[in-house]
Design a binder for this molecule. Structure first.
Ligand code: G4P
Length: 537
């Protein structure tokens, strides 16, 4: 086995998808705690205080008063190198959250078992489904009373059309939560309670018989019968089904009290998907498969973050390594332009700090200083001097239909050129999406975002980087769709005053509407119209 093959095979690159408040931050911390990557022991008083220590981007974010980064953390467990990409959640939800899912090989779907499948989870799940990502499910907050476990599994199965197979099973919940039964071994992991666990717990493991004695035969028997019922009614777990994204193993626990974190972490380390092969296209249109173990280094940019250091105004491009071995100082070709770039000063992100990386392997995330040449979706290919024919590209990262819209009003009309330049650059960077009424680059664009914070970032950056002070005027749209269809259908839309037909940066037609009902109305009245919430690539 070559070094690249060996290293790629032990990479586990994943993200946690969840609705705000389901416990993603808590679970992230606990995964790091159990992997030995951080120590939360002793003096940490509250989760919120401890959270600040986790990422050095955060200091900067706090100075700016907003949170814009998704953190990348790397740690080792059971011989696997685990890359955990954090996805911005609350008010800072943005396209970055979606793009992160283009850079991972699997996802942990975290559900609050008192709430079930919530809106944000559903949306993020759809993105995972598009990529057929393997998904591990974690049911959190078992220390609280939640939904009946069988009904909850049923809800997940029917809402997401995902075949969920429990790996362990809860014994009670809330005050009566006693632990989980490990289905493969029939052993009971005993819950010991406690709040805001800052230390690793030694979990007591007992047999079913001992559990019957300790917690009462009836309660244990009820759980055993539920497990039996599920094993008869549900499909069996298969690794192929899991890797193809059809079957999701389910774990139960309580991240806050550290319970159930270790089985999840072990599963991620031992069984989650290693980096997969990817399809690439040459300039002449020929497609072929690149294996992670291929010797030639390739990577894809999935996120660009500006101003990580307010003094230097630098931009960091986050690159997912796809194949081969990345080395500091190597030359790569940018597939879109053919330009050669030397990658010096690359960064990696260990649990607590940013540090220089000398080499990296498929699945790893490397932060590159961006001289202004990198774009989201750019493919970087190791320069082997083979000329243009030798360059290829991975499929780009699609953009998702925005849900919030503004128009920019410039305060100082003399800064028009700077504003246009800023808008073009920031939309290329993926901060916002620009839609033009009269063709690309002409007139004031409508600007769209999937999260409101993107507009904050836009306003601040237009002012600080381009000297263009602006007011953002909210627009009365609530949805955008890329569209395709016969001329008559497009004409039907064009003629209506309540539908605004625009073009995206590539000249694709897009319709802006007030709400989803307008989309339904168009589907009914403009026969043949097709509406997409993801940009066609
Ligand atoms: P998020 O990143 O997904 O938004 O969730 P976060 O971890 O911030 O957790 C949201 C709230 O849920 C927090 O409470 C957190 O303590 C709580 N939580 C997380 N895991 C569990 C769990 O297993 N059981 C219970 N009962 N609660 C859990 P908070 O009140 O907002 O913060 P704090 O005062 O607890 O720090």
């Amino acid at each position: 086995m070559s070094l690249v093959e060996r290293e790629a095979a032990r990479r586990r690159t994943h993200a946690i998808i969840s609705h705000p408040d389901a416990g993603k931050t808590t679970l992230t911390e606990k995964l790091l705690l159990y992997a030995g990557a951080i120590h939360l022991a002793g003096s940490v008083k509250s989760r919120k205080a401890s959270r600040h220590a986790l990422s050095d981007f955060m200091k900067i974010e706090q100075e700016r008063g907003i949170s814009v980064s998704s953190t990348v953390l790397q740690f080792e467990y059971h011989g696997s190198a685990i890359n955990l990409l954090d996805t911005p959640g609350h008010a800072d939800f943005s396209e970055d959250t979606y793009r992160t899912l283009a850079a991972v090989d699997s996802a942990v779907m975290l559900l609050d078992h008192t709430k079930g499948v919530e809106a944000r989870t559903l949306k993020l799940f759809e993105v995972c489904r598009m990529r057929m990502l393997p998904i591990v499910t974690f049911m959190n907050k078992l220390d609280r009373v939640g939904k009946d476990p069988i009904e909850l599994l049923d809800e997940v199965r029917t809402t997401l059309n995902l075949n969920v197979v429990p790996m362990n099973w809860p014994l009670g919940m809330g005050r009566e939560f006693e632990g989980v039964i490990d289905i493969a071994t029939n052993q009971v992991y005993v819950y010991s309670g406690g709040k805001h666990g800052t230390e690793k717990l030694e979990t007591e493991i007992i047999s079913l018989d001992e559990a019957r004695e300790r917690f009462g035969n009836n309660r244990v028997q009820e759980a055993v019968e539920q497990i039996e019922l599920l094993s008869i009614a549900g499909d069996p777990f298969t690794r192929e089904g899991f890797l193809a994204g059809h079957i999701s193993p389910v774990f139960w626990g309580s991240a806050m009290t550290n319970f159930g974190v270790e089985p999840l972490l072990s599963y991620l380390a031992d069984h989650a998907a290693p980096p997969a092969m990817r399809e690439a296209t040459r300039k002449n249109g020929e497609t072929f498969i690149v294996e992670p173990s291929d010797e030639r280094f390739t990577g894809v940019i999935f996120k660009i973050q500006a101003n990580m250091n307010p003094k230097h105004r630098d931009r960091i491009a986050f690159m997912r390594c796809v194949s081969g071995r990345f080395r500091r100082g190597m030359d790569v070709v940018l597939a879109s332009s053919g330009e050669v770039l030397r990658l010096s000063n690359p960064h990696t992100f260990m649990a607590q700090e940013r540090s220089i990386v000398d080499d990296a392997f498929p699945g790893d995330i490397v932060g590159l200083y961006d001289p202004g040449k990198l774009r989201i979706g750019e493919t970087l290919v190791e320069d082997t001097g083979g000329g243009k024919e030798d360059i290829f590209q991975y499929k780009g990262i699609p953009r998702f239909a925005p849900e919030f819209f503004v128009r920019v009003v410039l305060k100082d009309p003399l800064r028009r050129k700077q504003l246009d330049q800023g808008l073009e650059q920031l939309s290329q960077e993926g901060v916002i999406q620009a839609f033009y009424r009269d063709g690309f680059g002409r007139g004031d664009p409508y600007l769209g975002a999937v999260g409101l914070l993107q507009f904050e970032v836009l306003r601040e950056r237009l002012e600080s980087e381009y000297g263009a002070r602006c007011v953002l005027e909210t627009q009365p749209f609530g949805a955008a769709r890329w569209l395709r269809g016969p001329d008559e259908a497009i004409d039907w839309i064009r003629k209506r005053r309540d539908y605004t037909l625009v073009e995206d940066r590539r000249g694709n037609p897009v319709v802006l509407v007030q709400g989803n009902w307008a989309l339904e109305f168009a589907r009914k009245n403009a026969p043949g119209i097709e509406l997409f919430d993801v940009e066609p690539l």
